[in-house]
Structures are given as structure tokens and as C-alpha cells.
Write a new protein. Structure first.
Length: 438
């Protein structure tokens, strides 16, 4: 399972609020929140009121909210109320919509940006946050067979281990194609108490999810099982979608939403609206055409998603930390030792005992190792909190080792990443019987 990272480990362009930093340091449940819904999803001051209410919902359910955005070239994890107000007032004209491709540009230009689902997932994962609440994910746009307009949210879900709690995909999208794309990416789409996939403003898209989540503890067990299955750094780790239907009292009329969506799509096409501008344009026009009905549903569903996400984060935290006896704060046992990547080359022919030929058929394997890692992992399995003191290089081997430590529950606060040195490796050459040659 992925431990929350220490703020000390994060890049210098990332800033963590005091509240979120304390939660991370003390192993408290945290829920990531996106900021595009603030700047592009609602008008001011409704966007500000909604953002603050969502934060309160997360807190009331037991977690710490971490709204993510880019401000003055800094990636902010956990906005203060003043910062939320600042981007809420700026709106889409002064605060760009930021996906994965845009982060480097905004950081370099010291700009402002509100994060999409994809960008929020990536940043949350870098910070070690496992659960993220949003309104709805992006997906395959209608007409994508000719425009190739597919949201980066879908590919990010296929490669970033964050659980996204949402009201399905936005109803302006091609929902059947969106679910097919997620299946191809290996992303489980789980319905919250139902196997019906919701359509954002409405409860029933006519499509089915790949599974059902009964409650928060069930969700935590699923996340924990996924962590164990994808524990090897060699494998891509997908996220998952937990789709919560909007509460019945806040749901919009399906027929009316679809009619307004079709009208808005025609307007968008006629006005030449493309790319990242499509979804905000459609949501705004649908709200206008429905007389505010869709915005009311949007407000209802995002608060419901935040509550569910917080419950899941609490359950996941209890399952991972408390049941394993992981204490808050620094580790109680210090481990000073080396960690390294073990590379093993073994001949495939079992009769090649002691073979000394220059070239023999065989296979190569790679795994994490080192006495320091082995001791720390053993202590973690016994319920202790080892404080590992070691070092790796800032390279692919080092990243694999850091990821492995987080997966097995070993804090990496005191594992130094060196730019001037490479990560240690141990290469073993074995004959066909498994005997060491060199």
C-alpha cells in the first residue's frame, strides 16, 4: 500500500499547506480535490461557496481536504480559504485549465492554473494521496471517431494509482466509448451501491459498471488488494473509478438534460468550440438551457462525492495504518543500512552447471534488495514503524526503490535522493542449477 509521502520528498515547485502537511506527517486520511470545477465549472461567488462547502463535507466525514491548483508557478497541495477565493474570483479568463501536458509550462511561466482530473490525480499521487473526489471524469467526446478528442483523464486513470470518486463521466460525452476506453486501460469502474453507471446530472446512463462497492470498508479492501497485486515497481498501476449516482433529491430530469445537451453540442460545433474549451462551454450552456437545474444537480453531486471519498479515505487509513500498528510521527526503530536493485542473470539450461562460455541462453530478473530494505520490511510486517536511514540516486532504480518502500509501509523521509551518485546495484550471474558463477 502507498504511504503518504513526507513533504520533504516533494519537488521544490510543490508547496503543501500547513494543514495537509501535518496530516501527511501524522498519517491522517487526506482527500484530494480538483480546482477546475472552481474556476471553470461555476460562476462566482457560487464557485467559492461550493468549494468551501465541499471542504467542510470532507472534514465532517473525518478527512483533511487538499484542493490542488497552480499559483504563481507553484503546484499547491491544499489551498487555504484565501487562495480558494483568489482563484474563484479569477475565473477562466485569468486561471488556465491545466492538464498533464500544461504543468511544466505553467511552472516555468509562474502562472495560475486550475487542475483537471488528470493533473489532480498525478499531483495527488506524487504527494501520496490515495483518494480523490471530483464531480465527473472526462472521457471520449461525441464524434471522437473523426476528432480524436479523448480526455487525458482516461489515460491517467490507466497509469496512476488514485481512486477517483465521481458521479460517472459528464453526460455531454460518449459514455459507451468512455467505458470501453477505461476497460482497455485496465481501470475498474465500480458503482457505489449499484451496478448502474451514472451520467453525471442523472442517476442512470443505461450502462453498467464492472463491479459494485457496498460501503467504505469494502472500497478500502478493494484498494488494499489492488496495492498488493500491483506491488512490483515493474508493473503499471492503474487507478479506479468509484461512480456515485447523484442523490435522488438532487438529480436532474434525464430527457431534458439530453435535449439541452444536443442543443449545446450543435451550438459548440457552430461556434467552432474545440479542445479544452468544449466541456466548460457545454456545461455553461446546459445550465442556461435548463434554467439552473443542471447547476443544482452539480452542487448536490460534488458534495455527495466528497462525503463518500472522505469515508473511503478514513476506512483505507484505518485498514492500512491502525490495523498494522503504524504510529503517527517518526519511526520508533531506526534502521541504518543500504538499499539496492538486485539484478540476476540465470542460464536457462539446467545442465549448464558452471558454464563459462561467453554467451549462454538465459533470462534476466530485477528486484529490490539490500540489507537495510530487508530489515525495514520485516519490521513493518511485524507492526513496527521503521525509520530507514539510507540513500539512493535520483534515477530509475532509485525511484523503483522509493516506490517499493512506500508500498510496504516504510517511511522514506530519511532516505536521501542524491543527484551526484547512482543507485547501488548487485548483479548475480547463476548457472542453470542456480549456483553462483560470479
Amino acid at each position: 500500500m502507498a504511504l503518504l509521502r513526507s513533504p520533504k520528498e516533494m519537488p521544490d515547485f510543490m508547496e503543501v499547506s500547513v494543514e495537509v502537511a501535518e496530516a501527511i506527517t501524522n498519517n491522517k486520511p487526506v482527500v484530494a480535490l480538483e480546482s477546475t470545477i472552481i474556476t471553470h465549472g461555476m460562476p462566482y461567488p457560487q464557485n467559492l461557496q461550493s468549494a468551501l462547502e465541499v471542504g467542510r463535507v470532507v472534514r465532517d466525514a473525518g478527512s483533511v481536504p487538499a484542493t490542488i491548483a497552480l499559483m504563481r508557478g507553484k503546484v499547491k497541495v491544499g489551498l487555504t480559504e484565501a487562495e480558494i477565493n483568489e482563484i474563484a474570483e479569477m475565473g477562466p479568463s485569468k486561471c488556465s485549465k491545466v492538464s498533464i501536458r500544461d504543468i511544466g509550462l505553467l511552472v516555468a511561466n509562474k502562472g495560475y492554473g486550475s487542475t483537471t482530473v488528470a493533473a489532480t490525480m498525478r499531483i495527488a499521487s506524487m504527494a501520496g494521496i490515495r483518494v480523490f473526489a471530483t464531480g465527473g471524469i472526462g472521457g471520449v467526446h461525441r464524434g471522437a471517431e473523426s476528432t480524436w478528442d479523448v480526455s487525458a483523464d482516461l489515460t491517467e486513470l490507466g497509469s496512476t494509482p488514485v481512486a477517483v470518486v465521481c458521479a460517472g463521466a459528464k453526460s455531454v460525452l460518449d459514455l459507451p466509448k468512455t467505458l470501453e476506453f477505461l476497460e482497455t486501460q485496465g481501470v475498474p469502474v465500480l458503482g457505489w451501491g449499484t451496478d448502474i453507471f451514472p451520467a453525471f446530472f442523472t442517476r442512470d446512463s443505461g450502462l453498467r459498471t464492472s463491479g459494485v462497492v457496498d460501503d467504505a470498508d469494502h472500497a478500502a479492501r478493494i484498494l488494499a488488494a489492488s496495492d498488493r497485486f500491483f506491488s512490483s515497481p515493474r508493473y503499471r498501476r492503474p487507478g479506479c473509478v468509484i461512480a456515485c449516482p447523484v442523490p435522488e433529491a438532487g438529480a436532474a430530469d434525464m430527457k431534458r438534460i439530453e435535449e439541452c445537451t444536443e442543443a449545446a453540442l450543435k451550438e459548440a460545433e457552430g461556434n467552432g468550440v474545440q479542445g479544452a474549451d468544449v466541456t466548460p462551454f457545454l456545461l455553461k450552456r446546459i445550465n442556461e438551457l435548463t434554467g439552473g437545474e443542471s447547476l443544482a444537480a452539480n452542487l448536490c453531486l460534488i458534495k455527495n462525492n466528497a462525503m463518500v471519498a472522505s469515508q473511503i479515505a478514513v476506512a483505507y487509513h484505518q485498514r492500512f495504518f491502525r490495523q498494522r500498528g503504524v504510529a503517527a510521527g517518526p519511526g520508533a526503530v531506526a534502521v541504518l543500512g543500504g538499499i539496492a536493485m538486485d539484478i540476476t542473470a540465470k542460464a536457462s539450461d539446467p545442465t549448464s552447471a558452471g558454464a563459462q562460455e561467453s554467451t549462454v541462453p538465459g533470462f534476466l530478473s530485477m528486484s529490490t534488495g539490500g540489507v537495510g530494505l530487508s530489515l525495514a520490511e520485516s519490521m513493518a510486517m511485524l507492526g513496527a514503524t521503521p525509520g530507514l536511514i539510507s540513500a539512493v540516486g535520483r534515477d530509475s532504480h532509485g525511484e523503483a526503490l522509493m516506490q517499493r518502500l512506500r508500498q510496504i509501509g516504510v517511511p522514506t523521509t530519511n532516505v536521501k535522493e542524491l543527484t551526484s551518485e547512482s543507485t547501488g546495484t548487485c548483479t548475480l550471474v547463476l548457472d542453470g542449477r542456480g549456483e553462483l558463477i560470479s
